[in-house]
Design a protein around this ligand. Sequence first.
Ligand code: ZN
Length: 156
Amino acid sequence: MAIRNIVKEGDGILGKKCRPVEKFDRRLHILLDDMAETLADANGAGLAAPQVGVLRRVFIMDFGDGKGVIEAVNPRIVERRGKQEDVEGCLSSPGEYGITRRPRRVKMVAQDRFGKEFTFEGEDLSARCVCHEYDHLDGILFKQHVVRMLDPEDLA
Ligand code: ZN
């Protein structure tokens, strides 16, 4: 495993649409393992493949709840319910935070690293994270959902 470089906002790769994964091979597994190590090193909740320079429909999430890393390949959000507003940031925009408006609950269907389909239901933080990471696959950054950016003093 290896820690990969996280692409920062301003790099054009973050504005691109990612292609579906077709091969569930060793290469994909190495990508997922490296992303997990990169996410842990950065202390984040989610990381999408384009953030490590790979334009494929893959993201991972880890909420530090002991349940480990959730790997989503070729995800689709099939249901969005309710609304929430909360603080959001992005590993590609270090030190910047804003209040975003997101659905309170989402249902996602995705494939695991072997191509097996599964359903994930997210609420509050995990719903926000699914929406945020999913957006990365379509070249959308969280600032497009921000109602209000926060000043650094707001966070102290
Ligand atoms: Zn992000």
